[in-house]
Design a protein. Structure first.
Length: 205
């Protein structure tokens, strides 16, 4: 019987997206909703990698199962790289996605299109009991639109136009988005490692 693997994210939309990107691997994917007794760790790292590693290690150790966790965010050049690691709480501790998008648009008010360059960054970590941590990073370049467009995705997706496209992530079919997104790029590399890890695990069994 396949072993369980937990997605170490309390963000339901992100957890669902990660689960889609891990589909087909020989684990039974679980969400944190399956383990309500386990509190989330404090994400106090100063880099995407530090936060991803902390979450993956924490949930893997607490539950004694494999875990995939990521930390990701939007870095806007005109804002000196903000919101960066604070992307999820850019507008404050109790904010929602709409609040964050509104604050970003206000911060970029009057900034010309040519200077609205930005990138999404995702750092994804895989932790398995008794095994070394494995981390992969994915990025996608783009720009920030002047208004929200599209209802797909989550977070800043309706504002982010990836390089080479006219659509925002919020207007893109999920399959198309996964092909070019920061999370899709990081998870494809992580999948390759996880598949080889699984083969090695079976051969040593």
């Amino acid at each position: 019987m396949p072993e369980p693997l937990v997605i170490g994210s309390g963000n339901r939309a992100k957890a669902a997206e990660l689960a889609e990107l891990l589909e087909g691997l020989p684990w039974v994917v679980k969400s944190l909703a399956d383990f309500p007794e386990v509190p989330a760790p404090i994400e106090d790292g100063d880099t995407f990698e530090a936060n991803a590693v902390k979450k993956a290690a924490y949930f893997s150790n607490r539950l004694n199962i494999c875990c995939v966790a990521d930390d990701s965010g939007l870095m806007v050049d005109a804002l000196g790289g903000a919101p960066g690691i604070h992307s999820a709480r850019y507008a404050g501790p109790a904010c929602n996605d709409a609040d964050n998008r509104a604050k970003l648009l206000a911060a970029l008010d009057g900034v010309p299109e040519a200077e609205r360059t930005a990138r999404f960054v995702c750092c994804a970590a895989f932790a398995a009991p008794g095994q070394p941590m494995h981390v992969e990073t994915g990025t996608v370049e783009g720009r920030i639109a002047s208004e929200c467009r599209g209802r797909l995705g989550f977070g800043y997706d309706p504002l982010f136009v990836p390089e080479g496209f006219d659509k925002t992530f919020g207007e893109m079919d999920p399959v198309q988005k996964h092909l070019i997104s920061h999370r899709g790029r990081a998870l494809r590399k992580l999948r390759a490692y996880m598949e080889s890890h699984c083969e090695g695990h079976r051969s040593n069994a």
